[in-house]
Design a protein around this ligand. Structure first.
Ligand code: PLP
Length: 414
């Protein structure tokens, strides 16, 4: 077999700007839960394009919807709208059960959805001044938060290594520990918004502590601040419900804004911000925010097809059942220290030989050699976020191979 893959990777390395570092593979095809590289090697994709390929690769309904829409009307700009954009907005409001007066703003990524939410917080801060009459400009976010890498979303992101090279970032953001005590200490009448991920994905799959979000809702209401939930990674079925927030708030209680992206388009770049209720939905007025591509007919048709497949194929239930099956099997392995499972968003802490050992990145490499795609979120943690169509049998093949993969990784590190 010719080594097309290495030739292409070398070309990338020599001639292209590798802002993401060196890519590990050149992928040429995807079908269902499998992808194929430039050498024809097939991998079981347990990462799903980092929680994006929610209905797997090349789902026939998605392909048909995208193809048909591409042949009809792909892009129209934000000066116009389309039946596809309107229909997707209705679908999102319905599946999130958002109350009357809620609106949807379309963006092109998770970072952009969070930029919109940040702007919403600024508008709210101006509309609802603090006790001294001045606009509230403080935004609270959580330690270990990841909200994106554009300047505004980066200001909300906690990770110092991502932030430091780009200082000064937009100001006013305070990162607090994800504890009710810290929240009670920091949330006061100077705060315009609190933004949280119901399950932090990039930090290694950590759910908010019990009762945190419900208390955050009470406190934000009490102090007149917005509660914004970033469901970019945890939303659209990933945790076994349309929104992870649903499991963390009492029935009928909503945040003020919800941001979505990743799994929403099933592989098509699209983000969204849902503003909940009339008051919050009127904060951003016409012309204050927008994007050229956001909500275009092609992207919204792709997202609608994705939501239909998730619903029609019962993928929320599948995420629950297969996720629990996979977690139970992983928990039985002596090489695994802890599993954090929320539907099909799973963080696995591995048993390391020493605290300094970077076992997880070596496991990712060894897994790839064995035909599995996963990623590392830290030195001892790997994350799984496979397509929601994955079967228990497919996950079994990974669990059966994992001890051997870890053995290979240890050998590579020795
Ligand atoms: N918010 C969360 C919770 C995420 O996990 C991510 C990406 O990993 C983002 C925002 C940024 O999304 P994007 O990469 O589409 O800009």
């Amino acid at each position: 077999m010719s080594d097309s893959q290495n030739e292409l990777l070398q070309d990338y390395k020599d001639n292209l700007l590798g802002v993401f570092g060196d890519p590990a593979l050149v992928l040429t095809e995807g079908q269902g839960v499998y992808v194929t590289d430039a050498n024809g090697k097939r991998y079981l994709d347990l990462l799903g394009g980092i929680a994006v390929n929610s209905i797997g690769y090349a789902h026939p309904d998605w392909v048909a919807a995208v193809s048909e829409q591409a042949g009809k009307l792909a892009h129209i700009s934000n000066l116009f709208t389309s039946p596809q954009g309107i229909s997707l907005a209705h679908q999102l409001l319905e599946l999130t059960d958002a109350p009357e007066g809620s609106h949807v703003f379309f963006a092109n990524s998770g970072s952009e959805a969070n930029e919109a939410a940040f702007k919403l917080a600024r508008r709210h801060g101006a509309a609802r001044p603090g006790p001294d009459g001045a606009a509230r400009t403080r935004v609270l976010a959580l330690e270990n938060a990841f909200h994106g890498r554009t300047m505004g979303s980066l200001a909300l992101t906690a990770k110092e290594a991502y932030r430091a090279p780009f200082e000064p970032l937009p100001g006013g953001v305070t990162h607090i520990p994800a504890s009710i005590e810290a929240l009670e200490a920091e949330l006061d009448d100077t705060v315009s918004a609190l933004i949280v991920e119901p399950v932090q994905g990039e930090s290694g799959v950590h759910v908010l502590p019990d009762g945190f979000l419900a208390r955050a809702r009470e406190l934000t209401r009490e102090h007149g601040a917005l509660l914004i939930v970033d469901e970019v990674q945890s939303g659209i079925g990933r945790t076994g419900q349309w929104l992870a927030t649903t499991a963390q708030l009492p029935e009928g209680v909503f945040p003020d804004a919800i941001t979505l992206a990743k799994g929403l388009g099933g592989g098509f770049p699209i983000g969204a911000m849902i503003t909940v209720g009339t008051e919050v939905s009127s904060l951003l007025t016409a012309g204050q925010h927008g994007t050229t591509f956001g909500g275009n007919p092609l992207a919204t048709a792709a997202a609608s097809a994705t939501l239909d497949v998730i619903k029609d194929e019962g993928l929320l239930g599948n995420a629950d059942v297969v996720g629990a099956h996979l977690a139970a099997a992983l928990n039985d392995l002596p090489e695994v220290r802890e599993v954090r499972q929320h539907g099909l968003l799973i963080g696995i802490d591995l048993v390391q030989d020493s605290p300094e050992q970077a076992l997880a990145p070596a496991v990712v490499t060894a897994a790839r050699a064995a035909g599995f795609i996963i990623n590392a979120t830290g030195p001892s943690t790997v994350r799984l976020a496979p397509p929601l169509i994955i079967t228990a049998q497919e996950t079994d093949s990974f669990v059966a191979s994992l001890p051997g993969i870890i053995r290979d990784a240890r050998a590579a590190l020795a």
